[in-house]
Every structure is written in structure tokens, then in C-alpha cells.
Design a protein around this ligand. Structure first.
Ligand SMILES: [Zn+2]
Length: 418
């Protein structure tokens, strides 16, 4: 092994004090955790000449590549580690690779002990359009799958044809903070949409807010996304949901005459741009900080919300978009009434009819659940009927778009009836 390669491995040979249990759970059991800032490990960023005219880079927003070595003539081994531990087992990876000579290589992705692969590899040649790696070129370490609840291995290998043209490889489509901002800018061309900044992240990135509608703020809804950086499918549903509210339909036009919609499309810009698995730059799962509000990103949201309430406004509905292994609706306890009782169950029922979903996966909160998530805060503190809208990692992208549209239409119809 060349000394440069050893250096790369030294850079990642951080001893994690992991106390992870080995069983994969779709969603960690909700528990109260300390949300004070802790140190995170930053990636060594750059372009890595790994030998044999092969280069890898993590020098872009959204990248995650903690170590890379050319193990032999045709095998490139990549190590992916989390920003800090303990952490939800959702290893995000994103990097690119090229070579001055066109050739086949095997590329192996490994994680630290206790972590398992989650995201099926996506490829891109321009960072904008993505496709799944052909399954013929994908293999999982069979032995390492033993004992894994969902059958996820500790490492995977893909066969790739690399050339002078850059190949981008990532767990999901790369959508950086800049991409989110560009999307928001594209919406602001409509006269009823404005953007503003409500605060700053740990590393000084703006926490941006979109406002849709020009009525007074008596009646409002709130939309959140990207608390958890790799949860791109949830973000895609949010985009479709928001675009539908901004749309030209009669329902959307009427809705905007009654309700103002506020959107924070990227609550964790540091995590998104640093390629974090889960946390912000304070090393904290933001969706466990809605009780203590120790983190600047959530302090900004709280200030914004409190100002609106002080000025006499009311949030009737709130939705926070996430991703997990399957499509799930996490709702509040249906026996408790908020500012618009019955809205979420009716919305899910109407959506499910339109989407021919006979058995929507609905999981209401239990009464003893700690009130540390956005859903709990927005419901118990503000009365906004709240929903955590989870999209599966592998849910087809076209269906995600349709689901976001249908959800927005059914929500707006119901809210106009109330
Ligand atoms: Zn999440």
C-alpha cells in the first residue's frame, strides 16, 4: 500500500465510541436524547489520486467519502463513516470517480463496525440526472447479511466502467443546499411567493423560508423538510406538494386566498452540504430537539413561529417530510383534537382512494412518546394538526411526485371546507 493511501486511512481511523446494537430497526425507538452540541468529524476533502490513473473526489457539496484505497489492480475500496456517534444507521455516501484510461473496476463500499448499507447505489454523469446501478453490476457481502433484520449487508460491491468522464456515485440523488435554493428561486417568479431568511445554521448557512400566499397570517400551514440530510425521497415529495400549492388549479388559487403557506425546505443545510448521515453540524439529530431547542436551526424556526402566533396567527396544519424503508404516515394520537380536528385522517383516507392504496401505513403516536419531534411540538404547543410524511427510500420517483400532488390537493380541499 502506498504511503498516500495509508495517510488516507489514518485520516479515517478515528476510534468511535460506538455503542450500537447490531439489529437494524426501520426507525429508532423515539427517545429523549441530549441535544447539546458535540464535536463532529469533518471529512478530509479533495481529489484523491489512488494510483493506476484512477481519481476519486469528495470536493463538492453533499459529498461523503471518508477514505479510499486501490486495494488491487481492479478493486477500489471506499470507507464511509458517520459525522459522530451514536447515530441512526443510515450511511450516506456520495463521491465521484474517473480515470485517464477507460476500464472496468470493482468498487467496494464498507462502513464502520455496527453499520449496515442502506441506500442502493445511484449513478450520474452530470450530477443532475440519476439512475439506479444495473443490478447485474451490484453484489452484497452474503456473510455479512447474517443477523441483519432487513437483510442489509455491511459492505457492497459494484462493477463500474470508468473513463475520463466523471461518474457520480451516491446513495440517493444529490440535492445540495444550493440546489434547494435554486428550486426556491424558480418558484419566486410567481408574484404570490416570497423568500426570506429566518436564521443561520451552525456553520452560517441561511435557514430560508418560502411564503406562498398574500392574505393576512390569521390562517397558516407549515411545511418542513431535510431535518435528516439523506432523506431525499421525502424532499422530492415535499417539492411536489409545495409546487401543487403554488399551482394554477382552482383549488390552489382558492386555498391561497384563505391560507398562507410557509415552507422551510432545508432545515439542516450544514448536514446536507457536509454529507451527514443524520445530524446537524452540532452533532445533533434535529428531530429530537423540538423540546429543548438547543440548536440554532430550530431556534430560528421557534422564533419565526412564536412571532406569527404573537401577531395573532394560527397554524392549522403542519407536515414534516422524511424518508425511511417504506411509505408511512406518522400521525398524532387521533383521539386528541387540534385546531382542525379530523383533518389528517380525512386527508389520508382521500389520498389513499386516489392512489388506490387499500392499506395506508398509518402509525399514530402513543401518549407516552417523548415530545421531542417537530410533530409533537407543532401539535402539542401550537395545536396544528401534524403529520410526519415518510417516503420509502426506493419508492418510484414518479409515484412520489404523484403522491405529493394528491396529498396537497386533498389537503387544500379539506381545509377549504372547514
Ligand atoms: Zn427522518
Amino acid at each position: 500500500m502506498k504511503s498516500a493511501h495509508i495517510l488516507m486511512l489514518i485520516a479515517i481511523s478515528f476510534l468511535w465510541s460506538c455503542q450500537q446494537d447490531s439489529k437494524w430497526k426501520g426507525q429508532d425507538a423515539l427517545k429523549k436524547v441530549d441535544t447539546h452540541t458535540v464535536p463532529i468529524q469533518k471529512q478530509l476533502k479533495g481529489i484523491f489520486d489512488i494510483g493506476d490513473s484512477i481519481y476519486c473526489s469528495n470536493d463538492f457539496d453533499g459529498a461523503r467519502l471518508n477514505g479510499v484505497v486501490l486495494t488491487n489492480d481492479t478493486l477500489v475500496t471506499v470507507l464511509i463513516t458517520p459525522e459522530n456517534t451514536p447515530i441512526n444507521k443510515s450511511p450516506w455516501y456520495a463521491f465521484n470517480i474517473w480515470s485517464s484510461r477507460t476500464k472496468d473496476v470493482y468498487l467496494k463500499i464498507t462502513y464502520l463496525d455496527g453499520y449496515r448499507h442502506r441506500y442502493y447505489p445511484k449513478l450520474s454523469y452530470d450530477r443532475l440526472s440519476w439512475h439506479n446501478l444495473d443490478s447485474i453490476n451490484y453484489s452484497e457481502d452474503i456473510e455479512s447479511k447474517a443477523g441483519s433484520e432487513r437483510g442489509f449487508p455491511t459492505n457492497i460491491t459494484m462493477k463500474l466502467l470508468i473513463s475520463q468522464d466523471t461518474t457520480w456515485i451516491a446513495g440517493q440523488e444529490i440535492i445540495s443546499s444550493n440546489d434547494v435554493n435554486e428550486w426556491a428561486k424558480s418558484l419566486v417568479t410567481k408574484q404570490f411567493i416570497t423568500t426570506s431568511q429566518i436564521g443561520e445554521s451552525h456553520e452560517g448557512r441561511p435557514i430560508n423560508l418560502l411564503k406562498i400566499g398574500k392574505v393576512d397570517d390569521k390562517k397558516m400551514i407549515l411545511i418542513l423538510s431535510r431535518q435528516h440530510p439523506p432523506e431525499v425521497t421525502g424532499y422530492l415529495a415535499m417539492q411536489s406538494f409545495v409546487e401543487t400549492i403554488c399551482g394554477e388549479s382552482e383549488t390552489a388559487t382558492k386555498f391561497r386566498e384563505v391560507y398562507n403557506t410557509y415552507v422551510i425546505p432545508n432545515l439542516n443545510p450544514d448536514g446536507v452540504d457536509n454529507g451527514h448521515w443524520r445530524h446537524n453540524a452540532g452533532g445533533v439529530d434535529l428531530n429530537r430537539d423540538w423540546e429543548e431547542f438547543n440548536q440554532p436551526e430550530l431556534q430560528a424556526v421557534k422564533r419565526f413561529i412564536e412571532k406569527k402566533i404573537d401577531d395573532g396567527g394560527k397554524f392549522y396544519f403542519a407536515v414534516d417530510f422524511h424518508s425511511t424503508h417504506e411509505d408511512i404516515y406518522y400521525t398524532t394520537n387521533p383521539e386528541l383534537e387540534g385546531n382542525m380536528p379530523g383533518l389528517v385522517p380525512d386527508m389520508i383516507e382521500n389520498m389513499s382512494k386516489k392512489l388506490n392504496d387499500d392499506k395506508p401505513n398509518i402509525r399514530p403516536a402513543s401518549d407516552d412518546e417523548p415530545r421531542v419531534t417537530s410533530k409533537s411540538y407543532l401539535f402539542h404547543e401550537l395545536g396544528a394538526v401534524s403529520l410526519t410524511f415518510e417516503i420509502g427510500d426506493n419508492t418510484p420517483r414518479r409515484f412520489i411526485k404523484r403522491k405529493g400532488e394528491v396529498a396537497a390537493i386533498e389537503l387544500m380541499k379539506l381545509m377549504l371546507k372547514h
